[in-house]
Design a protein around this ligand. Structure first.
Ligand code: ATP
Length: 438
């Protein structure tokens, strides 16, 4: 009960402060879709750009790409998605609700109507279809990609021929994916349209176990750099009966959400499955020529597949805090400064006597490097509270003392401590604090 309450409060804060809105809100919404508002998109972009920095631009062994969402249907036949990408579905005969068989206990009653009368499980393909082409007659049916990974595999040759990369090396991409999920819910956790951050690492086939070991640790540690509580993160190894059709071994990074431990990312040894399938179906030789051994080698793949939206939900759940201050409730998001949508808010104590002009000049300087927010209305206490809920780590107040000594107050979101520093040193002060890893 309490756990669900936490989710409800988070959903409500997200709407109130402009992080996430239900999609098509004025028309009553559309199940399992969400829109990112002004703060949400900043948070999401910050997470994606840190992933891109840590997985692509700061590394010599990984390159990026961006494949289209629409792909030739043969891709999905070759990848196994047409035949294998199913979830087991059961219906309640009494109330007609549908469930994923592995998400409920068939020995128990239906959670919706309380009666036990299940259909036999049947397989349901999760790919969404659409018509591609200008008219019904001339168009063909294609799939909306259920994962971004296949865009990487089908470009394997293009990338090695153009970039001079050789194993061990990776190709990374961030993009939308679509799945016709049987049961959705838990806010951003499971939706039908979502974003993935995927990296396929191509290695010599006898080196997969050591790279799986490397990537599972690297990826697990990455979440901690976003400021997520390490005690709520764990790595879980897949049992044999859980493994996807292509995987030889797999680890999930899991987070303890208010609704329980659930997957954030999968790190899998896909072996040579994908390149082999695409080689067979396309007739193209998807190999790399090893000039040392003079042999053509089909590399094996270790994959890191993370969800952008699940990471957003994780950092929001982790950051949500309630506390009592002088008898009043304070709600705050303790987002790591690195991912916070607004880094610093600037408040002139009152709206006259040159204070707004000074605040304006400070903003002009700070916006060169930081996302800022200017707020001159309401009591200073209320302005602080609004920014606490937005997860803004620093608040700067320009007051009467500023007129005399060119100093301002910096207020820290988490402990509400205040310190006085000179206007000239703010930029450096913020840069030092924001980049500090805790
Ligand atoms: P689950 O078992 O939860 O359905 P999965 O094992 O099918 O997930 P993968 O195919 O491994 O998921 O996808 C990789 C990542 O993509 C997941 O770890 C998750 O972060 C994200 N993802 C997958 N499906 C969804 C979804 N419906 N909504 C949001 N994110 C998703």
């Amino acid at each position: 009960m309490i756990k669900n309450k936490t989710m409800d409060k988070l959903v409500s804060l997200c709407k109130r402060r402009g992080f996430i809105f239900p999609s098509s809100d004025i028309y009553g919404g559309l199940e399992a879709t969400n829109d990112y508002g002004p703060l949400g998109i900043e948070l999401k972009n910050n997470i994606k750009s840190l992933w891109w920095r840590d997985m692509v631009t700061s590394r010599k062994d990984i390159v990026g790409m961006d494949a289209s969402i629409f792909m030739n249907s043969k891709v999905w036949e070759a990848s196994g998605h047409v035949n294998e990408f199913h979830d087991p579905l059961v219906d309640c005969k009494n109330c007609k609700s549908r469930f994923r068989e592995d998400h409920i206990d068939l020995n128990k009653n239906c959670p919706d109507c309380g009666i036990r009368d299940w259909t036999n499980p049947k397989q349901f393909n999760l790919m969404l279809k659409t018509q591609y082409g200008p008219s019904e007659e001339s168009s063909s049916t294609i799939y909306l990609r259920p994962e971004t990974a296949q865009g990487i595999f089908v470009n394997f040759l293009n990338v090695i021929n153009s970039s001079r990369m050789k194993p061990p090396f990776g190709i990374a991409q961030i993009g939308k994916a679509f799945r016709n999920e049987i049961t959705t819910g838990n806010f951003l956790f499971r939706s039908r349209e979502f974003e993935q951050m995927e990296m396929e690492f191509f290695v010599k086939p006898d080196e997969t176990s050591e790279w799986l070991e490397y990537w599972k640790n690297f990826r697990f540690d990455w979440y901690k750099t976003l400021g997520i509580d390490g005690k709520k993160l764990r790595l879980r190894s897949h049992k044999n009966n859980e493994l996807a059709h292509y995987a030889a071994a797999c680890y999930d990074v899991e987070y303890e959400f208010p609704f329980g431990w659930s997957e954030l990312e999968g790190i899998a040894d896909r072996g040579v499955y994908d390149l082999k399938q695409h080689s067979q179906h396309s007739g193209k030789k998807l190999t790399w020529f090893d000039s040392i051994t003079n042999k053509h080698i089909m590399p094996a793949v270790v994959e890191s597949s993370a969800g952008v939206d699940r990471t957003v939900l994780t950092v929001l759940s982790d950051a949500y805090h309630e506390e009592k201050v002088n008898g009043e409730e304070r709600i705050l998001l303790k987002l790591h400064p690195r991912i916070a949508p607004i880094k610093v808010a600037i408040f002139p104590l009152i709206n006259k006597n040159e204070l707004p002009e000074i605040a304006d000049n400070i903003i002009k300087e700070l916006t060169k490097n930081f996302s800022t927010f200017y707020d001159s209305t309401g009591s200073i206490g209320k302005r602080y509270r609004r920014q606490d809920e937005a997860g803004t780590p620093y608040g700067i107040t320009v007051d009467y003392d500023t007129l005399n000594d060119s100093s301002i107050t910096v207020r820290h979101r988490d402990n509400m401590n205040q310190e006085r520093i000179s206007i000239d040193s703010i930029s450096k002060y913020l840069a030092d604090h924001i980049n500090k890893v805790e």
